[in-house]
Design a protein around this ligand. Structure first.
Ligand code: DX5
Ligand code: ZN
Length: 218
């Protein structure tokens, strides 16, 4: 099978030097850069918007995997696309018209992903499968880094992998990923792992080892 991708979440980075942090995880072996956008409305926390994304964009050439935890989504797609997002994911729970939102992302020439909260069933992706580049399954309730992995989502990883079939759709996991939990979701069919606290713990000198430990365990 294909090698596992590791996407460190900059939510756990030192926000006072985000450019350096992005450079450090790039050099430490990150495959993608996971950017968690929260609005204090869809989730009970606020992070950053397109201007911050634009500011860190020159610090790496790696893919910007932008996870929107916002509602509404559509009014902000163009701004995130122009700021340098390569892949834009949004929650199926965030609005009534997920298919329209996918079309709007594609119209910007960007890859598109759908995100499912832990309490949302696998079948929600079915009508969207032919328009998706990525499916992101949350293994925590979104809003904060450093939460515990919710084990009941592992079964849904297998269900979504089966729904994907032979389509070229990435299956990403986000929340509580560590060297202990990574093999559970990879075995169930995940190919891309987001990790925040498990990558950034110990500071910049530890990033390469932290990423390698997750990759090896997966
Ligand atoms: C949760 C975010 C995640 C989170 C991951 O709302 O979407 O990306 O920061 O952090 P850890 O790996 O610490 O659970
Ligand atoms: Zn995320």
């Amino acid at each position: 099978s294909a090698p596992i991708r590791i996407a460190p979440s900059i939510l756990s980075a030192d926000f006072s030097k985000l450019g350096e942090e992005v450079r450090a995880i790039d050099e430490a072996g990150a495959d993608w850069i996971h950017c968690d956008v929260m609005d204090g409305h869809f989730v009970p926390n606020i992070t950053f918007g397109p201007d911050v994304l634009k500011a860190i964009r020159p610090h790496t050439k790696k893919l910007f995997d932008v996870h929107l935890m916002i509602a509404p989504v559509d009014p902000y797609i163009e701004a995130f696309a122009k700021a340098g997002a390569d892949l834009i994911s949004f929650h199926v729970e965030a609005g009534a018209h997920p298919h329209r939102t996918l079309q709007a992302i594609k119209a910007q020439g960007k890859k598109a992903g759908i995100v499912l909260n832990p309490g949302t069933p696998a079948c929600m992706v079915e009508p969207l499968l032919d328009d998706l580049d990525l499916i992101l399954l949350m293994t925590v309730n979104p809003g904060f880094g450093g939460q515990s992995f919710i084990h009941s989502v592992v079964e849904k990883v297998g269900q979504v992998r089966a729904l994907i079939g032979s389509r070229p759709i990435s299956l990403e996991i986000d929340g509580g990923v560590t060297p202990e939990t990574a093999p559970l979701v990879v075995k169930a069919g995940a190919d891309t792992l987001v990790a925040g606290s498990a990558v950034f713990k110990g500071g910049p000198s530890a990033y390469a080892g932290n990423i390698a430990a997750i990759r090896k365990a997966a």
